[in-house]
Design a protein around this ligand. Structure first.
Ligand code: MG
Length: 310
């Protein structure tokens, strides 16, 4: 590990976190949450999703959230866009960065978006081309990059194949997602190796790990060692796991920040600020803050005192 290296933390709490929580969150609370994340120094915050309100009622206020965001300078607010209709809405709401969402497994995309992977790529080709002509930043998710809840193991070559197609369609960044939280570090190393050798640059690669089985941070370390410098996380660990009720879901931002701080990576976020945001959203959702660092706080090596504990 190289001290001083810069890592991008891509915060997914307001979108991926909240869309998987059953309790509805008011628009004003979402905006306050996003403000807290900005204040914590996070510079990439996936703000909402322009899917249909019928599909995801938790994010039905996407237009309002985007219109009322403070659009702080230097902060990127990508929004999830599923199709051309979503693109119309995102554009009208003032977005300038987007994410599209497909997977390495047809069974998963059929269940989630009602299309095969190939069909989804055709839809996203149009969306990415339009976003490109508007000068937007463009990310593409490859979900189920390690395993599918319906068909089991996913070969890394398959995830890489989909990732390459997304780059060819105009994505700036490919984010491989461990949607059901089954990956271990050796698989992260292998997927990264295959991605690089297929022509996906490290600088355009990100990982979205879930901590479902406790391997989230270990997988981050494997990604760092392989040269990846962008990781997704959700403050407060919101998001759960839709395929394992009660289990942990998204890797928690506070746990990631603690790890990166200790390893000497520069990332721009302040642990205390992230914990404040995490505590706020946990309170809104009526849940205890159950993440590791949320419970124990950070740790000041000079004094041995906890940092940011409630
Ligand atoms: Mg997730």
């Amino acid at each position: 590990m190289v001290a001083g290296d810069h890592v991008r933390i891509y915060e997914v709490g307001p979108r991926d976190g909240l869309q998987n929580e059953s309790r509805p969150v008011a628009t004003a609370e979402k905006l306050h949450y996003i403000n807290l994340l900005e204040s914590a120094g996070l510079r990439e915050i996936e703000a909402t999703s322009f899917v249909s309100a019928r599909a995801i009622p938790q994010l039905a206020d996407a237009d309002d959230v985007m219109a009322k965001l403070d659009h702080a300078p230097g902060v990127r607010y990508p929004v999830l866009v599923p199709n051309s209709r979503g693109m119309d809405r995102a554009e009208a709401a003032g977005a300038d960065a987007l994410a599209v969402f497909t997977a390495a497994s047809d069974a998963f995309t059929q269940q989630n978006i009602g299309m095969s992977v190939a069909e989804s790529l055709a839809v996203f080709g149009t969306v990415l081309a339009r976003a490109s002509s508007l000068g937007w930043w463009r990310r593409a998710y490859v979900s189920t990059a390690f395993g599918c809840p319906y068909t089991g193991r996913v070969e890394p070559s398959r995830a890489v194949e989909v990732g390459l197609q997304l780059l060819e369609l105009g994505a700036d960044e490919v984010c491989f997602g461990d949607t059901i939280g089954v990956a271990v570090p050796s698989q992260v190393r292998e997927l990264t190796r295959q991605a690089v050798s297929a022509g996906i640059p490290l600088a355009r690669t990100a990982y979205h790990f879930h901590d479902t089985r406790g391997t989230g941070l270990a997988n981050v370390v494997a990604g760092l060692d392989a040269g990846v410098r962008c990781f997704d996380a959700s403050s407060g660990g919101t998001g759960g796991c839709p395929y394992a009720p009660g289990a942990a879901g998204n890797l928690a931002t506070e746990d990631l920040v603690y790890l990166l701080d200790g390893l000497g990576y520069e990332h721009g976020a302040r642990l205390e600020g992230v914990l404040e945001a995490a505590r706020f959203i946990a309170g809104v959702l009526g849940k205890p803050l159950a993440t590791k660092v949320g419970q124990a706080g950070g740790w000041d090596p000079a004094t041995g005192a906890a940092i940011g504990r409630a």
